[in-house]
Ligand binder design. Structure first.
Ligand SMILES: NC(=O)c1ccc[n+]([C@@H]2O[C@H](COP(=O)([O-])OP(=O)(O)OC[C@H]3O[C@@H](n4cnc5c(N)ncnc54)[C@H](OP(=O)(O)O)[C@@H]3O)[C@@H](O)[C@H]2O)c1
Length: 219
């Protein structure tokens, strides 16, 4: 059996722990220096993974864009109902960047046919107990395909599912000196009721980058 990939979760949050406003606006919470860090982190992983919520809200390209060109990781989208729009940036650029979508709706259908015609690899996923794509199933399948590292870039529901599954090796959390108030909280329900059960890293360090603070946690 192939080893499980190393998994890094990363996001940019406000000082009050939000990754977006209540309307979903998240561009840009971090300063230019930490945006460059995000592209370096993409470069350093074989897979970049996001949820369909982020794709529908932000229409991201999820590619590695640095001054010195570097290969972009394979893009993976978790999309139980195959809602990935054919006119999204992800689909329009999948001739350049390999793209895999894990879904529970992989049966024959017009949406699947359209995405495959554009070059997207549509993969049947296992369901979790909430009827969504199983995080463990995706990680195991990616391991089977030989991928050794995954960069999880959000959004909130996907970050929460990876943390709940206990699959995260490293977190890189950018904290910007802004307050958002009600908004999208970075991490949702983890079932932690006692502080003794809080997730605690084996190692942590914090550094300043531009106006932000970057926390790196190793579990
Ligand atoms: N500041 C940052 O660093 C940053 C980074 C990324 C995103 N964001 C922001 O985050 C917001 C989006 O967050 P979000 O929570 O709505 O979306 P998300 O986490 O990107 O995607 C969530 C969706 O993914 C699908 N999914 C499939 N399997 C799942 C699983 N096992 N666990 C969780 N979700 C699964 C679900 O839709 P189906 O049931 O249809 O599959 C779910 O609704 C946006 O406002 C975006 O701008 C901020």
């Amino acid at each position: 059996m192939k080893p499980l990939p190393r998994i890094t979760v990363s996001y940019a949050q406000s000082l009050d722990g939000r990754i977006a406003t209540s309307t979903g606006d998240s561009r840009w919470i971090s300063c230019p220096q930490t945006l460059t860090l995000a592209h370096r982190l993409r470069r350093d992983h074989e897979v970049i993974l996001a949820g369909i919520g982020t794709v529908l809200r932000d229409d991201p390209e999820l590619s590695c864009r640095l001054r010195r060109p570097a290969p972009s990781p394979v893009r993976v989208i978790m999309d139980s109902r195959l809602r990935l729009p054919a006119d999204s940036k992800i689909v329009r650029t999948c001739g350049t960047y390999r793209t895999i979508v894990y879904t529970l709706a992989a049966g024959p259908g017009a949406q699947r046919a359209e995405l495959e015609r554009a070059g997207v690899e549509v993969c049947a996923a296992r369901a979790d107990e909430q009827g969504r794509v199983s995080v463990e199933g995706v990680v195991n399948d990616l391991a089977g395909r030989g991928f050794r590292s995954i960069f999880v870039e959000g959004g909130a529901a996907i970050i929460t599912s990876f943390l709940r599954a206990g699959l995260v090796h490293r977190m890189v959390v950018v904290t910007a000196p802004i307050i958002i108030g009600q908004g999208v909280e970075a991490v949702g329900e983890l079932g932690i009721r006692s502080l003794t059960d809080a997730l605690k890293p084996r190692h942590s360090r914090m550094r300043r980058l531009g106006t932000d603070r970057v926390w790196e946690l190793v579990f």
